[in-house]
Design a protein around this ligand. Structure first.
Ligand code: NAD
Ligand code: TYD
Length: 335
């Protein structure tokens, strides 16, 4: 089987490509624009693998997308603008890539008889939970709050519309926060590790009592592979880590691991529209496909911190390049 992976030079996409080449006999074409978040360094160790091919380009490029779809059986769609804070500052590109780009892919999938279009989405489309109340599942109504989550919700609905209207075979996974190697260091865990390593402040948004359900990225990769292989057409599966932690707990875990003082935690201005809590009920994928997270939070966070420390050059390369200018312009006054 040959699959088109979009956004394979990003965090989850790169981990997915490594995972597939190790655990399945599939061939892969990776279509990635290489935005600020795309990094071919993450794929260096497999770039000569005969089962792997890279195509640089935009998912909004109809001609290119059609050419690539002719060569594959299935699509796994990761490519997106993915950072909530950026979506608050620059929402336009989130609509272009996440909504328009997804529609371009769907149309090409339809025209090229793609056997399965798998759309990788987020639990953020469901909005926010109270600190003590329930979990999201596949039936939770959509209630996105940020431009990021609204653009992902729109893309999910377009995928479903292509199924309902044109009979496109699709599956969707709505997953909780991932962590692991190759995550861009504007996201909380790699940013906190990089700052703690250099005795810099860890910016805690607002009161820091915001809960996320953390999932180790390899477990997400396995869930996607199982849904692609055995998931029912036109179905959505919620994927979660069963590891709810607040920002403060995450910061404390990282500081303790690095032997750094809690005084590095610095409360800063909150994110506008900050969702209080995300948590996933993953019983559908567990009951139907036998999936559940394998990596415990303790193991996963230990591995992730170690990866970030062992690959400090990978991280610093990003933090000291173009990203530095962006970060200083946008967040300079925050700490
Ligand atoms: P990321 O920002 O690390 O990577 C995104 C990748 O997409 C980059 O390689 C980038 O170059 C590429 N890309 C962006 N715009 C493109 C375009 N127009 N054409 C082609 N390529 C383009 O994101 P991530 O964290 O790996 O997330 C991947 C997917 O998983 C996204 O769809 C995101 O919504 C979803 N998701 C992420 C998480 C998470 O915790 N990171 C959780 C649930 C779902
Ligand atoms: P993030 O990694 O941006 O993921 P998301 O917003 O998609 O869940 O943020 C995770 C949590 O950490 C979220 O509650 C916001 C918080 N956060 C901070 O407190 N400080 C930071 O510097 C960042 C990037 C995030």
């Amino acid at each position: 089987m040959k699959i088109l992976v979009t956004g394979g030079a990003g965090f989850i996409g790169a981990n997915f490509i490594h995972w597939v080449l190790k655990n399945r006999d599939w061939e892969i074409i990776n279509l990635d624009k290489l935005t600020y978040a795309g990094n071919l360094e993450s794929l260096k160790s497999i770039e000569d693998d005969k089962r792997y091919e890279f195509a640089q380009g935009d998912i909004c490029d109809t001609k290119l997308v059609n050419e690539l779809m002719k060569k594959v059986d299935m699509v796994v769609h990761f490519a997106a603008e993915s950072h909530v804070d950026r979506s608050i500052l620059e929402p336009g590109v989130f609509v272009t890539t996440n909504v328009v780009g997804t529609q371009v892919l769907l149309q090409a999938a339809l025209e090229n008889n793609i056997k399965r279009f798998h759309h990788v989405s987020t639990d953020e489309v469901y909005g926010a939970l109270d600190l003590n109340g329930g979990k999201f599942n596949e039936k939770t109504p959509y209630d996105p709050h940020s431009p990021y989550s609204a653009s992902k919700a729109s893309s999910d609905l377009l995928v479903r519309a292509y199924g309902d209207t044109y009979g496109l075979d699709f599956t969707i996974t709505n997953c909780s926060n991932n962590y692991g190697p190759y995550q861009f260091p504007e996201k909380m865990i790699p940013l906190f590790v990089a700052n703690a390593r250099e005795d810099k402040a860890l910016p805690i948004y607002g009161d820091g009592k915001y809960i996320r359900d953390w999932l180790y990225v390899d477990d997400h990769c396995e869930a996607i592979a199982l849904v692609l292989e055995k998931g029912k057409a036109q179905e959505t599966y919620c994927v979660g880590g069963d590891s709810e932690k607040s920002i403060i707990q995450m910061a404390e875990t990282i500081l303790e691991n690095l032997g750094k003082p809690k005084s590095l935690m610095t409360h800063v201005k909150d994110r506008p529209g900050h969702d209080r809590r995300y948590a996933i009920d993953f019983s559908k994928i567990q009951n139907e496909l036998g999936w559940k997270p394998r990596v415990t939070f303790e193991e996963g966070i230990e591995k992730t911190i170690k990866w970030n420390l062992d690959n400090a050059a990978w991280v610093q390369n990003i933090l000291s390049g173009e990203y530095k200018k962006y970060y200083e312009k946008q967040y300079g006054g925050r700490l």
